[in-house]
Design a protein. Sequence first.
Length: 170
Amino acid sequence: YNLILLFSAFLFLNLNCKKESEPQLPPETTTGAMTFGCKVNGKVFIPKGSLVGPGITAQYLFLGNGQGGGWWLNLSAANRTESKGIYLRTDTLLVLQGNTYGFKKEKGYPSAEYAEGLNDYFMNSTDSGELTITKHDQSLRILSGRFSFTASTSAGEKVTITEGRFDICY
């Protein structure tokens, strides 16, 4: 009888122990759900805020016509508990639904970078990537898209970002 009781207790405890599942990428949505996710060297990256700040910051501003004007995007996704972040930006670019843009460090193009701890990964001339806008509703201020890129540290260490997606309100 004690053996049955011991086995039942063991079975009950094992059934109630939940293993932490691997984080999953958020679904691709176009509703302004304030989601962001990608894979960094094959591992899922999801932003997490803290007392220091939010996990996702999204701005898309019109700075007027003329020199220094145009549309400016700043999309920051940080996992503050792990000191990691991904930054997507544009300088004077009106992003249009259905368009795909190559990342470049030039005016009129989107740019991307990744930071982990003290290491900053910027796109150099041998790195590549792209940003696809799946939805842009300026009246509702919803911007959704997909992205991927490679970037490098000044020492030549590489990072590969794949399966990126975001759905933000700005």
